[in-house]
Design a binder for this molecule. Structure first.
Ligand SMILES: Nc1nc2c(c(=O)[nH]1)N[C@H]1C(S)=C(S)[C@@H](COP(=O)(O)OP(=O)(O)OC[C@H]3O[C@@H](n4cnc5c(N)ncnc54)[C@H](O)[C@@H]3O)O[C@H]1N2
Ligand code: MOO
Length: 433
């Protein structure tokens, strides 16, 4: 195990930043974040709100439970009447009323009597304990009780879960099944939520072929489209995919322009680096989109801006670059636009295991890896190459290596972004090793 000495982590080699001429990750992040406005608020039936961001605090109009009620099927009593009951000294009481769940008109319980009561039923006035049916002879007209009780036993008090005016979920919270359940329990049928931002997802490249068709020489199957659309959906957006656009500016514009009217973001991949056929760059560079190189690996070539007033983010085409760039730039912006308060992946510090990790100086490197939730350690999967998609598919985290760090040795601490839940973290044995 490595130690932090004098505020610096041992096992980590650093080098002062030089001026690289590349834009820092944080500057491009800020620019992408500033492009998108928060979407409007609507009221929707509860089930349609799953996974959306709550738009205003959810305040309880009634208490939960709404009234004192029984926690058990049994008999409501005055505790004093059964205080001496036991196996050798049973107590018998007349049963004056039957109180199933939902009955609201039972008369008060008189001393020396019992009310047969069911779980969730309104507690009769005067009763202050419930004897579970298992501790009785289950009588109907009278009941014999074989165990003693005390005041308050097997009761659920009004407001012990939620008091009137309590905030049970805050604006910006993700609406989970449990939060929808609380809303329903409070009698609320609709919630105010932010609309999912609409994202037009476009893959460019004359080499691309739709999966399911035969593959001609020199061509590859298109994978960024489904991957980015899925990532948009997972980040609270509503993706629409355009057909693949070849490396042709006129075709790019013809495909995109009719669709711009009803989207919050145009998200492209490919066509942004330095080659002869950079269709995205060629189509958008003089139209309000800035192209630049970011001090990161993968994901160096990026673009952002507005085309005909619509926010545009252009990701590099290499699949790992595209998805890592999505994580770093697009996902937080999309979540913020969708109204979420928490927009960053959970991050933690993990102990590097396996081989030492080298990172280019002056670039923020994102490696793919597996974080072990039980030991708090992380292992890198796959080489840095941004075409190595299967290692990313086998990963459950990104390792973030800051620009000044050039080497991290096994046993040293490294920052990881957690991309998945522990239960989804099974990995094929050979994947990406
Ligand atoms: N001379 C230079 N060449 C390159 C540079 C550079 O700075 N100078 N940067 C490299 C880096 S880094 C990256 S990242 C890529 C980015 O290139 P583009 O965004 O222009 O993307 P393409 O050239 O269109 O494609 C790159 C690569 O990815 C494959 N690809 C593209 N789209 C898809 C898709 N939808 N599904 C699957 N695979 C896709 C494409 O076939 C290429 O192999 O540029 C480097 N070059
Ligand atoms: O930056 Mo590129 O994204 O290395 O592959």
């Amino acid at each position: 195990m490595w130690h932090v000495a004098d505020g610096r982590m041992t096992g980590v080699t650093t080098q002062p930043n030089r001026t690289s001429g590349l834009m820092p990750v944080s500057a491009h992040q800020a620019e992408v974040a500033s492009l998108m406005d928060r979407t409007e608020i609507r009221r929707r039936p509860l089930i349609e709100c799953l996974g959306l961001a709550l738009a205003e605090d959810l305040t309880a109009p009634i208490p939960l439970p709404p009234f004192d009620n029984s926690a058990m099927d049994g008999y409501a009593v005055h505790a004093a009447d059964a205080a001496s009951a036991g196996a050798e000294s049973p107590v018998t009481l007349p049963v004056a009323e039957d109180v199933p769940a939902g009955r609201g008109d039972a008369p008060p319980l008189r001393c020396g009597e019992a009310h047969r009561i069911m779980t969730g039923a309104l507690l009769s006035d005067g009763a202050n304990a419930v004897i579970p049916v298992e501790s009785t002879d289950a009588g109907v007209d009278q009941v014999t009780i074989f165990s003693s009780t005390t005041t308050g036993r097997h009761l659920r008090r009004a407001g012990e879960d939620v008091g009137v005016g309590d905030v049970v979920a805050r604006a910006g919270d993700r609406l989970s099944p449990a939060r929808l359940g609380v809303a329903a329990a409070l009698g609320i049928a609709e919630l105010s939520v932010h609309r999912r931002p609409r994202v037009l997802v476009l893959s460019t490249g004359s080499e691309l072929t739709e999966p399911g068709s035969p593959l001609a020489p020199g061509r590859i199957y298109e994978s960024n489209g489904v991957m980015l659309a899925a990532a948009v959906l997972e980040a609270g957006g509503e993706p629409t995919r355009l057909r693949i656009v070849p490396d042709d500016v006129a075709e790019f514009r013809a495909a995109v322009e009719p669709r711009l009217g009803d989207v919050d973001l145009l998200l492209t991949s490919g066509g942004v680096s330095a080659g002869a056929y950079e269709v995205v760059k060629d189509a958008l560079a003089d139209q309000g989109v800035e192209f630049r190189k970011i001090a990161m690996q993968p994901g160096m070539p990026q673009g952002a801006g507005r085309y005909r007033g619509v926010p545009v983010v252009t990701l590099p085409g290499n699949p790992v670059s595209a998805l890592v760039s999505f994580e770093v730039f697009v996902r937080p912006a999309l979540l913020a636009a969708a109204g979420f308060r928490e927009v960053l992946r959970p991050r933690t510090s993990a102990t590097l295991e396996g081989a030492a990790l080298r990172s280019p100086s002056d670039k923020r490197q994102y490696r793919r890896g597996r974080y072990h939730f039980d030991t708090g350690s992380v292992r890198v999967l796959g080489a840095p190459g941004s075409h190595l998609l299967s290692a990313m598919a086998a990963s459950n985290c990104l390792l973030e290596i800051p620009p000044e760090t050039t080497m991290v040795e096994p046993g040293a601490q490294v920052t990881v972004w957690l991309l998945d839940e522990p239960q989804n973290s099974a990995v094929p044995p050979s994947a990406g090793q």
